[in-house]
Write a protein that binds this ligand. Sequence first.
Ligand SMILES: *Cc1c(COP(=O)(O)O)cnc(C)c1O
Length: 393
Amino acid sequence: MAYQGFLEQKPGFSTSAIHSGQEKLEGVEPVVQPIVTAATFKLSEPGVVDKIYYGRCGNPNRYSLERCLATLEGGKHGFAFASGHGAMMTIFSLLSNGDHILSCDDIYAGTAHLFNEVIIRMGIEVTFADFTKVENVEKAIKTNTKMVWIETPTNPMLKVIDIATVIKSVKKHEDIMVGVDNTFLTSYFQKPLDFGADIVMYSLTKFMNGHSDVVMGGAVVNDDKIAERLTSLQMFVGAVPSPIDCYLVSRGLKTLALRMEQHKKTSLIIANWLLTHENVIDVLHPGLPTHPQHEIAKRQVSGHSGIFSFKHSGGLEQSKKFLCSLKIFILAVSLGGYESLAQLPYTMTHSALSEEKRAEFGITDSLIRLSVGLEDPEDLISDLDQALKAAFA
Ligand SMILES: *Cc1c(COP(=O)(O)O)cnc(C)c1O
């Protein structure tokens, strides 16, 4: 209809803007998967749901990533979530009011918050034990234990938990699922399903994506029944990732092996260099023969990532000076990207723990956690060297 004497608008403009050019392009086969951002999908018949129909319930980019995650882990079913926390929240939703989760003690601080602030308020009991001694696990299992949660290596102390031994002792009891947080090593270096784990979980935010530009979580399981329940819970809890993020993580995975090999090499070079430094009193790296669980590590992993910690001979002041003097390592939380990061768990990631808990775990004000990235090892060493010099000047 004409507007106050102006030219007449041709009909159908908005309909065309919405529908024109939306047909599939026949004969086009992109080498890289197109990103499908659709929140809803056309159905063939009312009431017949035989394909992807709604973005929360399924998406082509998510499905591709989930298949790849399952394959890399050597499992049957893969799941992607909006974050590592989204993955854990969905996994813990497998349990009910009155159930008990037994978790290892030296875990990712966010996981501890999730247990203590959310899960226990749902009427699920959570207790913690040091899993490096299997008798602690045995003692802590209760009649209502339904899940055992393992994170290895632990954060930030890099303790290695013997997955096979813990699982053997847990599986003497019926109906206890074992979940393993595989964020630190990824499916490239550690395959918990091979040792009998029921659920492998990752923060894909870290090494799996590897580029510090996505927050996402994942899980892989073998058991069809657990997979069926997780498929429903993924939909009901709704912590699903965006298609663009799925695309980015799929891209990251293509270089996972190359990146992990380099993280391993560089982190060992740096760990060995730190061992000889006059101001360093301890280096916690499972790849070093001096590590207390080095032999267990050799039995259960094929390598190590860029994550490790060290203690210097100073205190809080030296830690601050050291971290603020770094020029290549960035003072930041998180880990697993191509860029090197350094942080002080005592006042940063683990500051919410009580003074006694931090002391018990060995998280002192001189414990520095590094995430060694993919820069040239010589440059990283020079950077650490000058920052240690500045700290102890
Ligand atoms: C980061 C991290 C998580 C949480 O993942 P988000 O993606 O931040 O939600 C869980 N476990 C470990 C070991 C992590 O490093």
